[in-house]
Design a protein around this ligand. Sequence first.
Ligand SMILES: Nc1ncnc2c1ncn2[C@@H]1O[C@H](COP(=O)(O)OP(=O)(O)OP(=O)(O)O)[C@@H](O)[C@H]1O
Ligand SMILES: [Mg+2]
Length: 251
Amino acid sequence: MTTLEIRDLHVSVETKEGAKPILRGVDLTVNSGETHAIMGPNGSGKSTLAYSLAGHPKYQITSGTVLLDGEDVLAMSVDERARAGMFLAMQYPVEVPGVSVSNFLRTAKTAIDGQAPPLRTWVKDVKTAMADLRMDSAFAERSVNEGFSGGEKKRHEILQMELLKPRIAILDETDSGLDVDALRVVSEGVNRVRANTDVGVLLITHYTRILRYIKPDFVHVFVDGRIAEEGGPELAERLENEGYDRFLVNS
Ligand SMILES: Nc1ncnc2c1ncn2[C@@H]1O[C@H](COP(=O)(O)OP(=O)(O)OP(=O)(O)O)[C@@H](O)[C@H]1O
Ligand SMILES: [Mg+2]
């Protein structure tokens, strides 16, 4: 059983005009086995939350705490966070020229587990996971994300999730830019990890489309750097129909 506990998190981003506050008191608890959807208008700070949890250096934590099973996540390096079982699938995955997908995955797995995965089962695991995600095996020898289409990058993120088996997975707009078939394939990948492990998922999305495949236990509405409302899956349907107007008018 794993618990990620975010308490009164305030985060600023460095800009030319100085530090600009983005997150203004986020409270959120994710337990293993739970899926939390985070929805909210553009610019409300959803990706900022994801990057802050992953330890991106551009985001300054000005106050608040993040604990993973009582351990201070904010005191951990990016590597330590990954080893502790935190995983971030980025909204805009970066290209890593010269590093093949196959090498990248093996290096990441070795770093996280503290030992190299046994070669025979590993090669089979990678092949199976790629086939499940309908990824051509040729991708294994291509440079990470270089020249990948938007949808291919998203599949590659879920491939990592399937192989690295995180305790807490933060998926930032994994559904953006996917066609209907890819959306289903990627969602099935996330659901396989949910079924086979006790992962806790933080799913950032704009659309309820993906929530038809990946059923959330909780929905949180992000507005202006904090959570403005929380509820169950029915809240997502309401947002889809009504939009965010009622939150923005009062802010
Ligand atoms: N380096 C930066 N300089 C200035 N402003 C920034 C910087 N990084 C983030 N911001 C601002 O922080 C706010 C929150 O951005 P963030 O990417 O977290 O929003 P989001 O909720 O993920 O939006 P979207 O739904 O469009 O992905 C935005 O107004 C953005 O312009
Ligand atoms: Mg974003």
